[in-house]
Design a protein around this ligand. Structure first.
Ligand code: NAP
Ligand code: SF4
Length: 685
């Protein structure tokens, strides 16, 4: 009996205008920052071609500005001249040679731009940009429309299959389509038809200029998630007008950049916004693409099969695994390196002016750099001690390079600190990371020894060519009187379920783990929030209710009343530093975590000095003033220290081990550094 095809809905071909696309996956547009590097076209060609080889149906590039005012910042990528178009040619050439299709995104950042010559529909500034935009004169709007069309024409000259016209996330076109930032009185302001005119003219004129062969995609803001945003009926009217103007396909975006509701962070349940895409799809004849927090072939296939969308856009999942589609098609979804929605090496790198990469896949965006690393010499014998993130990445990469690898783990399962992270509500994607590592160990035939703590002498005798110490960290035990009182619990015991917390809790230490522990403690609620209109999706409904996302068609911007749950516990998070806690959290995720915890009643205290724990609770001074927190439990999250005694013992026996991860440096250890370090070390064997 033959096996049924894997993910038949997702992997079915689809026609987009004149183009046959091999499956229903879109690698969505991302700012990559690679455009700013030397050899940028070559790097981008390698980056996108790897995704095309991995089976991506259609790829959209990062955004290119069509004129100087449209740029993200003074160095943002532009496509204004024929020379710029010719320089981009290697990108579509490489993607086509790999069997894929690629379109170029045309992006005007409008009032989000970080340039001096900021322009917009009107002079209303964005809350996330202090610069005030200059409203374009009517004639300048018409000229900008021409610039869009010219940019699309240049994209075709460069060899792209078409363009995506970016009309979501609160950029320039959104600034015309909604009343929130459009107070114009000319033909581009006022009525719905006038506010939509710029979009319709761009699409219509682009089709006229490029003819039927070019693939034209419009990215619509399906939910603005800001006050004064468009209600669903206006969004649907725009989608229909764009269809009539000649677009082949409509892609969706959710939430403007200034929205105070998370839309892609790990806190967002998978496919949380599909309901808004589905109601646009029902109004259209051309295909519709859904996006945001879709990261597995199972979820993607189910969406297509349900009829809620015709294609699925995944941007970060293709950073995490370039071969996402090929693995799904081969019936190996277990081998996919899943995006965990952490944003740590993609969005947060872009915010800190570094080219994009990926926490779970350090090769992403650095394809040339990794390809230029030395090929393995002879088959080596490698011992890796410690199966946390660093040890796992090192062992699997070394074995994939053909070496014979033994991996020793003192515990009963692999994962180290990842096993604690995955207990935190909202961080369930860490389960996927562990599944990927377990599959990788088996596929690469790493010899795994659980419950084994090898002695230095045995490793020295083992005639290994390389010994890697990845023994991780120990939780720091602060010198506070009463630290062994029964009220005191370590974060590891709490998250591992070995100890429970009472109803009133103090958390010592407000780093990433302190916040995670606060999230864990404040998750259990007295009563679940009642959704206004149930989508009958158990994880999505509470999310929408907590953040005030309305599924009602009439709700402007899709906003409703936020109904946070009432937690069972009261939690106070403490730190010694005088500053506001949370500075070390992720740039693009920390604000959402802080907002969620504040909504759930988290108290914070800075400038603390801890005196003792006793039956009365935690005695401390805050800004010099003595206080007692009458709590049932004190959870210690006071950072880590390296656990690297094995390395010293090995050195004493004349073996020079390599140290990675927390064993090498405990401070600011995270999975990003651990995986990167483990992978890069293995590339040198
Ligand atoms: P951390 O970020 O270094 O925070 C340790 C906390 O403990 C700080 O608030 C520090 O603040 C306090 N502390 C340090 N020594 C102390 C002492 N002797 N007595 C009392 N308090 C002390 O470490 P972590 O929270 O364990 O996190 C480890 C790493 O995991 C971080 O680098 C982070 O990157 C990563 N992580 C990140 C996230 C996230 O971003 N969501 C989540 C989990 C883990 P004071 O010195 O001011 O008291
Ligand atoms: Fe996904 Fe994190 Fe990788 Fe970004 S860094 S692609 S969010 S796993």
């Amino acid at each position: 009996m033959s096996t049924p095809p894997a993910f038949p809905a997702l992997l079915a071909p689809i026609r987009l205008g004149a183009h046959a696309v091999r499956n229903r996956t879109l690698m969505g547009s991302m700012h990559t920052g690679i455009e700013r590097l030397d050899r940028s076209a070559e790097r981008l060609a390698a980056f996108y071609a790897e995704r095309a080889r991995g089976g991506a149906g259609l790829i959209v590039t990062g955004g290119f500005a069509m004129n100087a005012e449209a740029k993200l910042d003074d160095h943002g990528p532009t496509l204004i001249t024929e020379d710029e178009a010719d320089a981009l040619r290697p990108i579509p050439q490489a993607v086509h040679a790999a069997g894929g299709k690629i379109i170029l995104q045309v992006l005007h950042t409008g009032r989000y731009g970080k340039t001096s010559g900021l322009v917009g529909a009107s002079s209303i500034p964005s809350p996330i940009n202090r610069r005030v935009p200059r409203p374009l004169e009517t004639a300048e709007v018409w000229r900008t429309i021409d610039d869009y069309v010219r940019c699309a024409e240049l994209a075709m000259r460069a060899g792209f299959d078409g363009v995506e016209i970016m009309g979501s996330e609160g950029y320039f076109l959104n600034q015309f389509t909604t009343r929130r930032c459009n107070d114009r009185s000319d033909e581009f302001g006022g009525s719905v038809e006038n506010r939509h005119r710029i979009v319709v003219e761009i699409v219509r004129r682009t089709r006229e200029r490029l003819g039927p062969e070019a693939l034209i995609m419009y990215r619509i803001s399906a939910l603005d998630l800001v006050e004064g945003g468009a209600p669903a009926d206006e969004v649907i009217a725009l989608a229909r007008a764009v269809e009539a103007a000649g677009a082949d396909v409509i892609n969706t975006g959710f939430g403007w950049h200034e929205a105070r509701i998370p839309t892609i962070a790990y806190l967002v349940p998978r496919a949380a916004f599909r309901f808004a895409a589905a109601r646009i799809k029902r109004a259209l004849k051309i295909p519709l693409i859904v996006s945001n927090r879709i990261n597995t072939p199972e979820v993607a296939d189910e969406i297509i099969a349900s009829g809620d969308a015709d294609m699925v856009s995944m941007a970060r999942p293709f950073l995490a695994d370039a071969a996402f589609v090929n693995k799904a098609a081969a019936g190996r979804p277990d081998a996919i390196n899943t995006c965990i929605a952490c944003n740590q090496a993609c969005l947060d790198f872009i915010f800190t002016h570094q080219p994009t990469s990926c926490l779970v896949n350090p090769r992403a965006g650095r394809e040339l750099e990794f390809d230029e690393m030395p090929a393995p010499r002879a088959r080596r014998r490698v011992a890796v001690v410690g199966a946390g993130a660093a040890g796992l990445a090192c062992a699997i990469t070394a074995a994939q390079r053909g070496h014979e690898v033994a991996l020793y783990e003192a515990g009963a399962e692999v994962g180290g600190q990842l096993n604690l992270a995955r207990q935190v509500p909202g961080k369930e994607e860490f389960h996927e990371m562990l599944r990927y590592f377990r599959t990788g160990l088996a596929d690469a035939r790493v010899a795994l020894h659980l419950n084994r703590r090898p002695a230095a002498a045995d490793l020295a005798k083992g005639s290994f060519d390389h010994v890697v110490v990845a023994t991780g960290v120990r939780a720091r035990v602060p010198a506070i009187a009463g630290i062994d009182h029964p009220k005191v619990v370590s974060y590891a015991d709490l998250l591992a379920g070995r100890r429970q917390a009472g109803r009133r809790v103090a958390v010592i230490g407000a780093g990433g783990i302190g916040f995670d522990v606060a999230e864990y403690l404040l998750h259990e609620a007295e009563e679940a929030p009642a959704p206004a209109e149930s989508l009958t999706n158990t994880s999505v409904d509470p999310f929408l209710a907590e953040w005030g996302v309305s599924t009602a068609r009439a709700a402007p911007g899709g906003l409703g009343e936020a109904r946070p749950p009432r937690p069972l516990r009261s939690v106070t998070l403490l730190q010694r530093k005088p500053e506001k806690p949370g500075r070390t959290l992720g740039l693009s995720t920390g604000w959402a975590l802080r907002a969620r915890l504040e909504q759930r009643g988290l108290q914070t205290l800075s400038g603390c000095s801890y005196e003792r724990v006793d039956d009365a609770g935690l005695h401390l001074r805050v800004g010099g003033e003595a206080r007692v927190l009458d709590v049932d439990t004190v959870v210690i999250c006071a950072g880590q220290e390296s656990d690297n005694a094995l390395a010293d013992e090995l050195r004493g026996l004349g073996v020079a081990p390599a140290l990675i991860g927390g064993a090498e440096r405990a401070g600011e250890l995270d999975a990003l550094r651990a995986i990167d370090q483990g992978t890069r070390l293995a590339m040198t064997f």
